[in-house]
Ligand binder design. Structure first.
Ligand code: WT7
Length: 649
């Protein structure tokens, strides 16, 4: 793979400026090493000291407990995450500080101070209560990047209900699966959302999904797009009418939540067809989002922080909502597409709001770099002081472009490695301390013991690839898979007895981590996690398809893209139209991001004698490589040659 080749040759190192280091929270590698040592020798003392910075209704009794493989943090303690993100910040004198700057795709931006945000959250929290939502109930959100999304999440946190956000780019089928699994009682959606100037009919999608979701009693609809929608009597209510009513107060007492009460469920793809409901709880998650945001983004009083992620993903949860707000930061959130109206939109937003910290994904960097240097060069990006990336490995070329053209060689880049399951960043540079190697996520954050293991569980040598694992618990880790504790144990702990990330990586002679990508059947398309099995079962659900297997191949912009091998049923004819139909079928069934880039019709798939599909061979074919390895164990070795010959270039 090109990425692996280029990192092997990578030897450049970039140091933070003296000025950056002098003002940073963590100022040198010596300081990092000292705190790191303490944090892993006495993790409980380390995290307890950090937890003191939050406001507790009751202090915890015990910092960490391993309950038969299920980790519990700060048991006996009570707090409220919303209170810590809003009331605590307001009490520190920041009522009038801007919390959110919301940039719609078209139209004027809107600002919410911490004081205003609290009022909106309280009003909606009261509306939720009036709708019958209680502590412990699950509330599903299917919303675009509009202020009502963080407002509804914080309102849930305030009254102790559990939020579960479904990315608005997902299809109605995907929404249905998630609502059914979470057993949500209420759904919040919008009449539409804007993307590239077009309206996406969210409410219609939701209506389709809800036909098979009997647990949903009420639907709250935000009027965003003035899109005509059907409102079902006694089920559907307009957001503005609910909070507009005179008897809805803008004061709402925060519920006192136990540290290990559920805060949210967020679904992500795994190696089987069914997506996993990752459960995060109150105190540990909040503390981890708070502390990582503070030190990794080195946030200061006057920073304007712009994160381009969607709140439908974990990045938005931890680093648009909980991390920044609990630090009292000012966050820019953008509703629309990076290329609307032109591919300079991010640079325009940075210029307009004088953003100082910018956090985005490698896929966006590659796509925008392709548009040339003029677009960023024609904007004033002088306000920037720190850049970040997340979601997939960043190739050194894209890193260099980001560093030179966007950061003008002044801004450190934090290449942050983490996952939905980890709650927050685990491997990353610290911007004032860590010398940067383009393409490396650098070193573990405080309290994190990361390692690379061989198949037999022994430690890999320097520069030897292997399984990336985390050997100790941390406060932000997932607590379980919703409704499926067995799967939690099996997926993450069965192989080595320590947390298995699903990624492969290597550690170089300086102790820097180089993440090489997923080692399981998860494919990262433009940074989004897609399970091969999800795409396969979607394909097989089409009437023409007898069997399907998908693999990934390297893609210039998306990092990886999906290549599907499809065996048709007897009476269906191979045609380009059918390929197009199948692509649309997956887009509709799973979501546009899961659409295969290439489909190859095959007469058969390579299988072992016991009938197992040999994925390594399919991957080699998809990548256009001849390195299939040994094919003699196949039931029908000749299949491979036929497949390779008909490969879709
Ligand atoms: C997977 C997790 C964490 C927020 C967004 C993704 C890949 C993530 C990096 C990075 C290389 C990365 C891994 C990981 N990944 N960050 N800096 N370098 N790979 O969350 O959807 O749960 O995906 O994203 O493969 O396992 P997610």
């Amino acid at each position: 793979m090109a990425y692996i080749d280029s990192i092997l040759k990578e030897s450049r190192v970039f140091y933070p400026s003296h000025e950056f280091s002098r003002n940073a929270h963590i100022k040198s590698m010596a300081e990092y090493s000292k705190i790191y040592k303490k944090s892993i020798e006495k993790p409980e003392a380390f995290w307890a000291e950090k937890a003191e910075q939050l406001e507790w209704f009751r202090k915890w009794d015990i910092v960490l407990r391993n309950d038969m493989g299920f980790f519990k943090w700060f048991e006996g303690g009570y707090l409220n995450a919303c209170y810590n993100c809003l009331d605590r910040i307001i009490k520190s004198g920041k009522r009038d500080k801007i919390a959110f700057i919301w940039e719609p795709e078209t139209g004027e931006s809107e600002k919410y101070t911490y004081g205003q945000l609290l009022k909106e959250v309280c009003k909606f929290a009261n509306a939720l209560k009036k709708s019958g939502i209680k502590k412990g109930d699950v509330v599903e959100m299917y919303l675009p990047m509009i202020p009502e999304l963080p407002i509804s999440m914080l309102a849930c946190a305030r009254i102790g209900s559990i939020h579960s956000v479904v990315f608005a780019g997902f299809s109605s089928d995907a929404l249905k699966d998630r609502v059914q699994d979470s057993k949500a009682e209420l759904l919040i959606t919008a009449d539409g959302s804007f993307r590239n100037g077009k309206i996406i009919p969210l409410k219609d999608n939701a209506d389709a999904a809800l036909k098979d979701c009997p647990t949903i009693r009420k639907v709250i609809v935000v009027k965003r797009a003035n899109n005509k929608v059907e409102m079902t009597n006694e089920r559907d209510y307009w957001w503005h009418e609910l909070i507009g009513s005179k008897d809805v107060s803008d004061v709402c007492e925060p519920e006192s939540m136990h540290s290990e009460d559920s805060l949210f469920i967020l679904y992500t793809s795994g190696t089987t067809g069914k997506s996993k409901g990752i459960l995060h709880t109150q105190a540990g998650y909040l503390l981890f989002a708070y502390q990582t945001f503070k030190w990794i983004f080195d946030v200061k009083e006057n920073d304007i922080y712009f994160c381009t992620a969607d709140i439908g993903w974990i990045t938005g949860h931890s680093y648009i909502v909980y991390g920044p707000l609990s630090n009292g930061a000012t966050v820019v959130m953008y509703e629309g597409s990076p290329t609307f109206p032109k591919p300079d939109r991010f640079w325009r937003i940075i210029e307009k709001h004088k953003a100082t910290i910018f956090y985005t994904a490698p896929t966006a960097i590659r796509a925008l770099a392709k548009e040339g240097d003029d677009l960023p060069n024609n904007c004033n990006l002088n306000s920037l002081r720190l850049l970040g990336t997340v979601g997939e490995p960043i190739n050194p070329e894209a890193w260099m472009w980001y560093y030179n053209v966007v950061g003008k060689k002044r801004c450190p880049i934090v290449d942050t490695w983490w996952q939905t399951e980890t709650g927050g960043i685990l491997i990353t540079p610290l911007p004032g301390a860590t010398p940067l190697k383009p393409g490396s996520a650098a070193k573990p954050f405080f309290g994190i013991v990361a390692d690379v293991l061989r198949e037999d569980g022994s430690k890999a040598n320097a520069n030897e690839g292997g399984y990336l694992v985390i050997k100790n618990p941390w406060p932000g880790m997932l607590r379980t898979i919703w409704n499926d504790p067995q799967r939690y144990r099996h997926t993450y702990f069965e192989k080595f007895g320590v947390y298995l990330t699903g990624d492969s990586a290597k550690i170089d002679e300086d102790g820097y981590f180089w993440i090489m990508g997923r080692i399981d059947d998860v494919i990262k398309v433009a940074g989004h996690r897609i399970g091969s099995a999800e795409v396969e079962s979607s394909l097989v659900s089409h009437e023409a398809v007898a069997e399907a297997a998908v693999a990934s191949f390297p893609h210039e912009i998306k990092g990886q893209a999906i290549y599907a091998f499809v065996v048709l049923k007897k009476n269906f004819k191979k045609s380009e139209e059918l390929k197009e139909k199948l692509k649309q079928h997956v887009a509709q069934h799973v979501g546009p991001i899961a659409k295969p880039d290439k489909i190859q019709f095959a007469d058969d798939l390579p299988k072992t004698r016991s009938g197992k599909i040999m994925r390594r061979i399919l991957k080699a074919i998809a990548e256009g490589s001849k390195g299939y390895g040994n094919i003699m164990t196949l039931a029908e070795p000749s299949i491979v040659e036929a497949l390779a010959k008909n490969r879709v270039a």
